[in-house]
Design a protein around this ligand. Structure first.
Ligand SMILES: Nc1ncnc2c1ncn2[C@@H]1O[C@H](COP(=O)(O)OP(=O)(O)OP(=O)(O)O)[C@@H](O)[C@H]1O
Length: 964
């Protein structure tokens, strides 16, 4: 039978007690952490007649109704109440078994289950019940010395207590305890009901511990005392408050309050302490307190504290509840919102919306998308629907679909097959470059005849700044194709071209797919810059990947690793740029149509500067054409003294510099109120006069130069002097204002508005671009004995170089040759060959001259810091050696180039145009080229060839005749 179902029937009701049994729930055990909950039916407990005399002061016994929870066992129910009380009375003044309580004291009127571990004690208890004297003394165990009563270590305490015996146990128990009636024993669980306060005085026997006890009585008190009343009311009202906030004690307190009419102050105090969660010491204090008022005060303290705790508990519960319900509310509302939107058709869920977006993208040219691509797209769209939106796979698929659907499958821009229009556009953007322009026009013509254009690879090669990149952009404009440029200089990762595999995190498609997405057409013009600087590659070979991309045979099915579906690049026009053709991997070069842009001669540069660079710079600086004038002389001076390299990028920079300075001048002028300067026209006249003077000076010098061998002046220095002289002369007049000319411009509305014009001429050029920075390539005006001018070609364009030979020492059999000037192996060998060939030729020409056999020679090629290599200086070296041997200088203004064999044959060289341009820059009048290069020279534009005396030779002997 369950304890909770038991009903006590043996105890009769009193006249004050409720008529019906009271149902109590959540009855606490108060055994430390074991807060057992009992449900039982309680019947009022009748006070036996014998006891009445002891407790006369108490107003009523009915309070016991809720405090005495008698849970009978079959045996206990057999005991009559009178017998029980009788026995207890006898025991009170005698000896009792001492039961240690580990956690809380037992209060009179309260029941408490305990566990008795000691078999001897348990046997004694069973025995006492058999003898119908079921009583024992329940005493709280003191805390061990030095331990904090607030710190719970229940298991330890229990363990130690059960081991304590006899006097040890006696010394560890609080003196004041409660006389407890043993109501039931089940196994080791013993249920006690507290009756009255007792104090143990001495040990009677040790095992089990039996002690002598005295009965303790409350001090007499006046039940009408206002203070006691008030305190007890406060205890009651606090208990009522606890009732409101904590449901745990609800039933007890409610019951208690129902019988408020006849209560007992002492029991009220005990009850309050018993149901509270106060610690054992506080409870023991209440138990030990015999002054009812003080006891009530102690209890009040405890229940007030209880009240505070229950308030905190309530606020904690409330906060947590609020938090949870807030989150739940938001979640619910969101779900509802989604459902409502879906219902109204305002928004589909994420996946559907995504799929719809992708399909929408494909819609405009759905029929043009290749079937195999469409199939992949459909598969991916189905997969997307099946995947969880938060999974990483979902993101991969979404990105993949994004790329697949963003590509311009089969959509081409309308091409321009109008040759005349294309020609106009090309001429608009670039001066000269007729080869390139011609090739583009051919391409358009073929496209026009075929009806469609073909994918081609054009490679523009040449020194920096000759307009390779800008002509690429111009070609795209002429063909009406979209333009996309990417540089492959230093590119070493194949993934840049072919993309990463989709399995990698952060995978991206290659440059070509990115290009198609960004231009939005499948036939753009793609400019691949710096193809000669393609990196070596650590994973895969970028050159091979480029081949797959560029080769018209392969690129119709170009497979990007990321995209994983073949794309057709056959309609793309590829234009590559390179500085040095030799650096382009051969298989790539093989598939390209190379168009070399050699660089510009002064005249071309002048046109480019005047018609293109100046115009665009003026516009970007916001200067009106009427506000500035840069004279031809100034431009010429700029080109000759500041910008002598093959390209025009530096020229562009210098022009930009000039225009920036002009802009500043104009803005500064605007800020000042300019006095009407009467002398301005005079200054202008002076300026014009000075520039005329310079021109005439230049003309005289040019005339002088044409007279061979008669001019001892250094022409380049003279030019510099002539340029600097007027600047010095004009030191005073070149004050800022002197070059600002006021031109009256009469408009309809503002008749008197004046516009200031800045004139840049050769004399004041230095004010804008600083002193000339270029050092002449020509270090000798008249080459001395042993020195001959050669022609070289570098990635920066052509240039002239000197071969110098001098005698170190002479003596029988001392013939030897030393070479310096950072020469490469080929050039060193070339010097050896030249040494041998010149010895043979000297023997032929001057059989008695044994110069080479007896002379130690030194051959040097300035500048010593520039590495040089190649065989094309062979004939120059021979000439230099022969000049020294025969002590004859070569003809002035002569330059030559050509590889020589050991038998004196002259082999062809490269870079004829660059070398010719370089020769012209160095004022060379006569050039000797190998015969095999005649065609290259003939193809040159007339303005490049103009004024040059060019000879083509097959054998060295021909050079001998020309040079000496
Ligand atoms: N023939 C020309 N007519 C007009 N402008 C030109 C011409 N040649 C070059 N330019 C101008 O020179 C500038 C430099 O040209 P660009 O950048 O195309 O040189 P590049 O050959 O590509 O050089 P790099 O090899 O260093 O890339 C551009 O502003 C371009 O417009």
């Amino acid at each position: 039978m369950k304890v909770s179902e038991l009903v006590v029937k043996s105890i009769p009701r009193t006249k004050h007690s409720p008529k019906h049994p009271i149902s109590c729930r959540h009855l606490p055990s108060h055994v430390g952490t074991q807060a057992n909950v009992w449900t039982t039916t309680v019947t009022p407990y009748q006070r036996p007649k014998e006891e009445e005399s002891d407790d006369e002061a108490e107003p009523s016994w009915n309070l016991n109704v809720l405090l005495s929870y008698h849970i009978p066992t079959p045996e206990s129910s057999m005991l009559s109440s009178s017998t029980v009380i009788e026995t207890s009375r006898k025991l009170v003044m005698g000896k009792v078994l001492a039961l240690p309580l580990p956690h809380r004291p037992l209060f009179p009127g309260v029941y408490m289950p305990i566990y008795v571990k000691d078999p001897k004690v348990l046997a004694a208890l069973v025995e006492s019940r058999k003898r119908q004297a079921p009583y024992a003394g329940a005493f709280l165990i003191k805390d061990e010395q030095g331990t904090d009563p607030n710190v719970v270590s229940a298991s330890d305490t229990e363990k130690n207590i059960y081991e304590l015996k006899g006097k040890d146990l006696f010394s560890r128990l609080h003196e004041v305890g409660t006389l407890a009636q043993i109501t039931s024993i089940q196994g080791d669980q013993v249920i006690l009901i507290g009756h009255r306060r007792i104090r143990m005085t001495e040990v009677v026997s040790e095992e089990p511990l039996t002690v002598k006890v005295d009965h303790l009585k409350e001090k007499p008190y006046n039940k009408d005392d206002d203070v006691i009343k008030a305190t007890s009311f406060e205890v009651l009202s606090t208990l009522r408050d606890v009732l409101k906030t904590s449901s745990l004690w609800k039933d007890h307190v409610q019951t208690y309050i129902q019988h408020i009419g006849d209560f007992n102050y002492a029991r009220l105090a005990d009850f309050g302490a018993a149901i509270s969660g106060a610690n054992q010491l506080q409870c023991q204090q209440v138990l030990e307190e015999l002054d009812v008022h003080k006891r009530l005060q102690l209890t009040l303290e405890i229940v007030k504290k209880e009240m505070e705790i229950s308030k905190i508990q309530e606020s904690i519960a409330k906060a947590i509840e609020e938090k949870i319900s807030g989150e739940q509310r938001r979640y619910l509302l969101n779900e509802q919102l989604k459902a409502i939107k879906k219902e109204l058709g305002l928004e589909t869920d994420d996946k559907t919306a995504l799929s719809a977006k992708f399909r929408e993208r494909l819609e405009p040219n759905k029929e043009k998308i290749p079937a195999h691509v469409m199939q992949v797209i459909e598969e991916e769209l189905t997969k997307l629907q099946l995947l969880e939106a938060s999974s990483s796979e979902f993101n991969v698929t979404r990105n993949y679909l994004d790329w697949l659907t963003a590509l311009p499958w089969g959509s081409y821009s309308d091409e321009n097959f109008d040759v005349l229009r294309a020609e106009t556009i090309l001429d608009e953007d670039h001066y000269g470059l007729s080869d390139v322009k011609e090739r583009i026009l051919e391409f358009i013509a073929v496209g026009k005849l075929r009806g469609t254009s073909q994918g081609k690879i054009i490679c523009l090669s040449g020194p920096p700044g000759v307009g390779k990149t800008s002509i690429g952009r111009s070609i795209a404009r002429a063909l009406n194709r979209k333009f996309y440029r990417f540089s492959v200089g230093g590119l070493s990762d194949v993934a840049e071209i072919k993309g990463h595999r989709r399995t990698y995190i952060g995978a991206m498609p290659g440059k070509m797919v990115q290009c198609l997405k960004s231009v939005g057409t499948a036939n753009p013009l793609v400019l691949i810059d710096e193809i000669d600087k393609l990196g070596r590659g650590h994973a895969g070979d970028p050159a091979s990947a480029m081949l797959e991309l560029l080769d018209p045979e392969q690129n119709a099915n170009f497979l990007d690793h990321y995209l994983d579906v073949p794309i057709d690049l056959s309609k793309v026009l590829f234009v590559c740029t390179a500085n040095v053709l030799e650096m382009i991997p051969n298989p790539l070069l093989d598939r390209m149509e190379v168009i070399a842009i050699a660089g510009y001669i002064t005249d071309e540069k002048l046109h480019i500067a005047r018609d293109y660079l100046e115009k665009s710079t003026r516009e970007t600086c916001g200067i009106k054409p009427e506000q500035v004038e840069v004279t031809d002389a100034a431009l010429l001076a700029l080109i000759e003294n500041y910008c002598r390299e093959a390209g025009v990028r530096n020229l562009q920079k210098q022009i930009e510099k000039i225009y920036r300075k002009i802009a500043l001048k104009l803005v500064r002028k605007d800020g000042k109120i300019e006095p009407q300067n009467a002398g301005v026209n005079e200054v202008k006249a002076e300026s014009v006069h000075l520039s005329d003077e310079i021109k005439s000076k230049e003309e005289t010098q040019a005339g002088a130069k044409s007279v061979e061998g008669t001019n001892d002046d250094k022409p380049s220095e003279n030019v510099a002097e002539s340029l600097e002289a007027p600047v010095n002369q004009m030191e005073k007049p070149t004050d800022e204002d002197t070059h600002l000319q006021e031109v009256e411009e009469v408009t309809e509305s503002e008749a008197s508005k004046t516009i200031e014009k800045v004139v840049v001429d050769s004399p004041n050029l230095a004010d804008y671009v600083g002193k000339p920075i270029f050092h002449a390539e020509r270090i000798y005006d008249q080459t001395p004995v042993g020195v001959v001018m050669g022609l070289a070609w570098t990635s920066m364009g052509g240039s002239t170089l000197y071969i110098e030979t001098s005698l170190v020492e002479q003596g029988e059999g001392k013939g030897a040759l030393n070479v310096t000037g950072q020469l490469g192996d080929v050039m060193k060998e070339s010097a050896q060959i030249a040494h041998t060939v010149s010895r043979i030729i000297l023997q032929e020409k001057e059989p008695d001259n044994h110069f080479f056999a007896n002379s130690k020679l030194h051959l040097h090629v300035p500048a010593g810091s520039t590495p040089k290599d190649g065989p094309s200086a062979g004939c120059t070296m021979i000439t230099s050696l022969l000049s020294l041997a025969m002590k004859k200088p070569v003809k002035p203004y002569l330059a030559m180039t050509g590889e020589v064999t050991l038998t004196g044959k002259i082999l062809p060289i490269g870079g004829v145009k660059e070398k010719t341009i370089a020769a012209r820059r160095s004022d060379v009048k006569t050039i000797i080229f190998p015969s095999a290069n005649r065609r290259d020279f003939d193809e040159l534009a007339p303005n490049v060839k103009e004024g040059l005396d060019v000879h083509f030779v097959d054998e060295y002997k021909q050079i001998y005749d020309l040079a000496f």
